[in-house]
Design a protein around this ligand. Structure first.
Ligand code: CO
Length: 439
């Protein structure tokens, strides 16, 4: 696999996924192109061995399944990633007037972003808009492909203390500038209507988020780095999807899920804590003509790879990382472990995943928090509340997580695809937590 070609593919995926709704649409396009059948949650489902299917919740979370043709060791091998990223969401009353005729956008934080990375960058908005059309309410994707706003810094002459450390007030300091006086109140809705080809009174509501429009870049004299918005977690979502589409396994059901709302705790109807994955697996089980006992038996033999990006050691601040369990860029897939169980990894699941990577020739690195730092959380342990299976938490190493412009290594996406492809191809024969055969 050519790592630079893979990185270009990743950047195209990121480019078409500026919001969680676009991420879901991008994934759906790839699934449709690969011949998957869409099964809406509000309709009856039928499935056959050898078939491939997907469902969607809220237009922002996707679960896809490839059913093995023989199903001779019926269980689920799953990869989960998330399709949302920290940003700022546009409020329902979207505009704030400013001094001397300025018009600003009225936004609030979505997730835990690094505030200062949003300043002095060309911005647009992306997400969904609900439109009234011929007596119906319709959801439309929206992403004006142009720079429409920017959050200007205060000049250093007016804030001499800015380099001493500055705390941003989200209500005051981070309002994007939208107009210097040409536009008046209503201009934001007028822009949406114009983009969507409807009249402003047809625009009912929206879930729209700021997007950093700075172009992605592969950089470094030796072309070692890739920088882009949303690497957390679109790098893993992309790697998981590519591996899922490329792999064949006749024995089990391969599952790829991309969840929304990881960045705000996953506690929504479409998040990792929701019933989405559980409901999908239960319905698939029934659609394949199997009963509840079959389902529970299959779950006991199933395995989840929770794939969410990992912190590479920082070049200027290595002291933030554990002394030994710290990944480097371009060093391969990271297995994360946490004694307090924010990560699902344990000896059993680490052994299983590490063995698969070794067989595939993919280098593996270890991540653990410094023991005096709390670290972040992710999908696996939350998803396990609804679908309790063996799980491992992995990620691809990156810098500047939750910046509006993140940095990773050019080789790791390829390692991620190769590791997850090997996972999907392998037939895991799990006997409790006592014994595992990788066939
Ligand atoms: Co993440």
């Amino acid at each position: 696999m050519d790592h630079l070609a893979t990185t270009r593919d990743l950047l195209a995926f990121i480019g078409s996924s500026p919001s969680m709704f676009h991420t879901a649409a991008t994934i759906r396009r790839e699934l449709d192109a690969a011949g998957f059948t869409y099964l809406p949650e509000h309709r009856p489902w039928t499935m056959e061995p050898g078939g491939s299917y997907y469902t969607v919740r809220n237009g922002s979370s996707v679960v896809a399944l490839k059913v093995g043709s023989s199903l001779d060791s019926y269980h689920f091998q799953m990869v989960a990633a998330h399709g949302d990223s920290p940003s700022f969401k546009v409020k329902a009353a979207p505009e704030l007037s400013g001094p001397e005729g300025y018009l600003r956008l009225n936004v609030e934080p979505y997730g835990g972003m690094i505030d200062y990375t949003w300043l002095d960058r060309p911005l647009s908005v992306a997400g969904r808009v609900m439109v009234e059309q011929d007596g119906h309410v319709e959801s439309r994707l929206l992403y004006p492909n142009r720079d429409v706003a920017l959050i200007p810094s205060v000049a250093i002459h007016m804030n001499r203390a800015v380099n001493d450390g500055f705390a941003f007030n989200h209500q005051v300091d981070l309002c994007p500038l939208f107009s210097a006086g040409e536009l008046g109140k209503g201009a934001f809705v007028a822009m949406l209507a114009d983009e969507l080809g409807v009249s402003p009174d047809q625009v009912l509501s929206w879930d729209l988020f700021l997007v950093n429009r700075q172009a992605p870049s592969v950089w470094g004299v030796a072309q070692e780095f890739v920088s882009a918005p949303h690497l957390d977690d679109l790098q893993c979502a992309f790697a998981g999807l590519r591996a899922f589409l490329a792999s064949q396994n006749d024995h089990d059901v391969s599952v790829f899920v991309c969840f929304d709302n990881e960045e705000v705790g996953s506690g929504t109807k479409q998040g990792a804590k929701s019933t989405l994955l559980h409901d999908t697996l239960v319905r698939a089980n029934a659609a394949l003509g199997r009963g509840e006992a079959d389902y529970l038996q299959a779950i006991a033999m199933s395995f989840l790879v929770s794939a969410d990006n990992a912190h590479a050691v920082h070049p200027n601040h290595p002291e933030h990382a554990d002394e030994r369990n710290r990944p480097r860029l371009n060093g391969g897939v990271v297995i994360k472990e946490h004694a307090m169980q924010r990560y699902t990894t344990d000896a059993f699941s680490r052994a299983a995943f590490a063995a698969i990577c070794r067989e595939a020739g993919v280098p593996v690195q270890a991540f653990a928090n410094r023991s005096d730092k709390e670290g972040g959380s992710t999908l696996g342990n939350l998803s396990n509340l609804q679908v309790s299976v063996h799980g491992v938490d992995i990620g691809l190493p990156q810098l500047a997580m939750h910046s509006s412009y993140e940095t990773a290594g050019v080789r790791d996406t390829m390692w991620g695809i190769e590791a997850l492809s090997a996972f999907y191809r392998s037939n895991l024969l799990i006997e409790g937590a006592d014994r595992l055969t990788i066939a």
